[in-house]
Design a binder for this molecule. Structure first.
Ligand SMILES: Nc1nc2c(ncn2[C@@H]2O[C@H](COP(=O)(O)OP(=O)(O)OP(=O)(O)O)[C@@H](O)[C@H]2O)c(=O)[nH]1
Ligand SMILES: [Mg+2]
Length: 417
């Protein structure tokens, strides 16, 4: 099986808690507050790695958690930041938020990174809450919870040119001839079960990436053969090289084969029908190929046709040079820009059945309040007034006693009378 589309769950580390502590020094009877801040939780980061070709690692493990931040300590010592968790994915991985479908990133360059779950901020220690009126605060903030979500990973390989054609046409043989790639080759259909990339060196310092794809058959766009699954990898090739078996033993007449494959490409994505395409008329070393070539040239006047033999090497150099020249003129492959469908809101109340859900950047601050601590509670009430949360809850229809949810925590709505 080839893994190129799946979902994983990511959870960043929670921030460390702030500390409540007081200075204890000899001869100083009552020291000031000295509780340090908590450390930041680790992020979960995806990083593109050119050595990877599939998402298979994520088939076996689907839940990933980064480390939490260390708690603050006495003497104003800050907690340690949690370690980031870096997950490696192949170049060409498109990352989406699974719940909204929104594109988070398209990792098209080796080494490119994106934070998919942000670590929680560390809570502030009591040293930070000292004011002229409260010089010895006995409370601190809790660490902010790390972000968590399901994300969808879809691999859409990036190659300059892609080999398309019926099974057995000789696509893998051609790739192995022109690159160091060693795809499986055999005289039965569907030998190639997963895309394979090879780097083709043209001249000193000049090269392009060629993709060998599983063979296409009639109905591929609706899932026949290996189908649809692999067509996603054709989407991002700039040039299609259509490999045809020209011999008289071919399973299908080359002209018919050309039509069948192009129909499948078009039905999958009409844009693919417009993609520049050249023909590699293969197996020219076998009987019947010359006659077939003549017919092909007469019928397909709009296409450049290169007679080759992937087996003997005949005609291959001319084909490679032409591919390289065409690639120089063609636009770069399609990439996806991150989408930000939702504006970041400060504070918002949304009704979900009987529950009032508080969302937005500032709501995360509320999760850092140590509600058990009466002094922290009083300070929090001040914050809530400033945010106008009570008014927002009432506007959304909340009555005293209603359930309020912030992040994973639930509270009861108890407005001051
Ligand atoms: N005589 C001759 N045989 C060839 C040539 N090219 C490929 N073949 C043979 O044709 C058969 C199929 O070749 P593959 O390269 O596996 O074909 P493919 O298009 O990758 O096939 P799938 O992976 O199944 O789609 C193998 O037995 C090859 O040895 C050629 O130019 N001449
Ligand atoms: Mg093959």
């Amino acid at each position: 099986m080839f893994y190129d589309h799946l979902k994983i769950y990511v959870k960043a580390g929670d921030g460390g808690n702030g500390c409540v502590a007081f200075r204890r020094e000899k001869y100083v009877p009552f020291g000031g507050p000295a509780g340090g801040d908590g450390g930041r939780g680790g992020h979960v980061i995806l990083k593109a790695d050119a050595r990877l070709r599939t998402l298979i690692d994520f088939h076996f493990k689907k839940h990933f958690k980064a480390e939490r931040g260390g708690h603050g300590q006495g003497n104003c010592r800050t907690g340690r930041d949690g370690e980031d968790l870096i997950l490696r994915v192949p170049v060409g991985t498109v990352v989406r938020d699974a719940a909204t479908g929104e594109i988070i990133a398209d990792l098209v360059k080796d080494g490119q990174e994106v934070i998919v779950a942000r670590g929680g901020r560390g809570g502030r220690g009591n040293a930070r809450f000292a004011t002229p009126t409260n010089q010895a605060p006995r409370f601190a903030e809790k660490g902010e919870p790390g972000e968590e979500r399901w994300i969808e990973l879809e691999l859409k390989l990036l190659a300059d040119a892609g080999l398309v054609g019926l099974p057995n046409a000789g696509k893998s043989t051609l790739l192995s001839r022109v690159s160091a790639a060693r795809p499986k080759i055999a005289d039965y259909p569907f030998t190639t079960l997963e895309p394979c990339l090879g780097v083709v060196r043209v001249e000193e310092g000049e090269s392009f990436v060629l993709a060998d794809l599983p063979g296409l058959i009639e109905g591929a766009h609706v899932g026949a053969g290996l189908g649809h699954r692999f067509l996603r990898h054709v989407e991002r090739t700039r040039l299609l090289v259509h490999v045809l078996d020209m011999s008289e033993m071919a399973a299908m007449d080359p002209l018919k084969a050309f039509e069948v494959v192009n129909r499948e490409l078009m039905l999958y994505d009409p844009e693919l029908a417009e993609r520049p395409q050249i023909i590699a008329a293969n197996k020219m070393d076998l009987p019947g190929s010359e006659e077939n070539l003549k017919r092909l040239k007469e019928s397909l006047k709009d296409y450049e046709i290169f007679p080759i033999s992937a087996a003997t090497g005949q005609g291959i150099e001319a084909l490679i040079r032409r591919i390289a020249a065409l690639l120089k003129e063609l636009p770069p492959p399609k990439t996806f820009a991150p989408e930000h469908r939702k504006e970041r809101v400060e504070l918002e109340v949304r009704r979900e059945g009987e529950v009032f859900v508080v969302e937005g950047e500032l709501s995360r601050r509320l999760l850092m309040i140590d509600w058990e601590n009466p002094e922290a509670r009083r300070a929090a009430e001040e914050l809530l007034r400033r945010l106008g949360l009570e008014r927002k809850l009432r506007e959304a229809g909340a009555r005293p006693g209603a359930v309020i949810r912030i992040g994973r925590q639930e509270f009861t709505f108890q407005p001051e009378e």
